[in-house]
Design a protein around this ligand. Structure first.
Ligand code: G3H
Ligand code: 13P
Ligand code: ZN
Length: 322
């Protein structure tokens, strides 16, 4: 199968009550870990590239790595998506350069400016067979060079979504319902203990999601900032020389519930970074004399694969849906 857009995947996911994982890729081991898991589980998958990833690894290297993954996993649909595009030029470069989907994130602009820029990208993208994700509302956390402090985020206003989607023609919409970017999402003092004594962050605003879906029936919704910050990886980082503060991620049961509703795409990046870093630190602590990247990247790649497999089966529900 060649690279695909997300149109068909989202339609099936919406109707089937599951979501597609959108995982950020920055190097070969990450591409391999994600697509080996998706391939073995027969799951559709979205590989997404940020502006920072393009600056780090180079557009052509990333496209060619993803094309290699398509050849190695011909049985599953794979989409190549630009994550958080911030200008028409960046989106155009990715559309011209082989991506099948782009995000234009003009959520920090005014409603009218967000519409104008999104519409411009949609017109170019659709003329080239590419789909567009847009965003309304602001998430907390760190994404590329943008930091949104706690308390400065704003939930999506459901009363704006119909006008936004109609006027822009976008194909999917990222909304803010309380998820947050980065591995430091929620500090323990922002959380409360549940009945089992486990710290949980403020609940996601499912009322906002449901109101949005009522106004946009059948329309695919996207959640950013959906890493769960697995405590085993935070512990691993800290046990083997790291110094990460306590942080609580988005509970997986909340993401599972969102996937059963209108959420068709769930973005995960920080959990990949934590899985890799924890395992690389562990490897070096246990093998201080080793220096071959193939040795220390192997368990890191395996950890990405295991983590993605867990998400596909237990969170997204996309196993067997290829
Ligand atoms: O939401 C942003 C993603 O986690 C990408 O992060 O810009 O550091 O590649 P990055
Ligand atoms: P996390 O930082 O929660 O992994 O979010 C990733 C994301 O939203 C990429 O766009
Ligand atoms: Zn994001």
């Amino acid at each position: 199968m060649a690279l695909v857009t997300t149109t068909e995947m989202f339609k099936k996911a919406y109707d089937g009550g599951y979501a597609i994982g959108a995982f950020n890729v920055n190097n070969m081991e990450i591409v391999q870990g994600i697509t080996e898991a998706a391939g073995e589980l027969n799951s559709p998958v979205i590989l997404q590239v940020s502006k920072g990833a393009r600056a780090y690894a180079n557009h052509t290297y990333l496209v060619k790595l993803v094309e290699a993954a398509v050849i190695e996993n011909p049985q599953i649909p794979i989409a190549l998506h630009l994550d958080h595009g911030d200008s028409f030029e960046l989106c155009k470069n990715c559309i011209d350069g082989g991506f099948t989907s782009v995000m234009i994130d003009a959520s920090s602009k005014s409603f009218e400016d967000n519409i104008a820029l999104t519409k411009q990208v949609v017109e170019y993208a659709h003329a080239h067979g590419v789909v567009v994700e847009a965003e309304l509302g602001t998430l907390e956390g760190v994404e590329d060079e943008v930091v949104v402090e706690a308390g400065k985020a704003s939930y999506t206003r459901p009363e704006e979504v119909e006008e936004f989607v109609t006027r822009t023609g976008c194909d999917s919409l990222a909304i803010a319902i309380g998820t947050s970017h980065g591995a430091y999402k929620f500090k323990p003092e922002q959380c409360t203990r549940n009945a089992d004594g486990i710290l949980v962050p403020p609940p996601l605003r499912f009322d906002v999601l449901e109101e949005v879906s009522k106004r946009l029936p059948g329309f695919p919704i996207v959640l950013h900032g959906s890493s769960s910050v697995p405590q085993e990886f935070v512990k691993m980082v800290n046990t083997y020389g790291g110094n990460m503060p306590d942080a609580i991620g988005i509970p997986e049961y909340e993401l599972r519930h969102a996937a059963e509703l209108s959420v068709c795409k769930i973005n995960i990046d920080s959990d990949i970074r934590l899985a890799m870093t924890g395992n690389i630190r562990k490897y070096f602590a246990e093998h201080p004399d080793h220096f071959d990247p193939r040795q220390y990247l192997k368990p890191a790649r395996q950890a990405v694969k295991d983590m993605v497999a867990h998400k596909i089966v237990n969170v997204l529900g996309s196993a067997g849906k290829a």
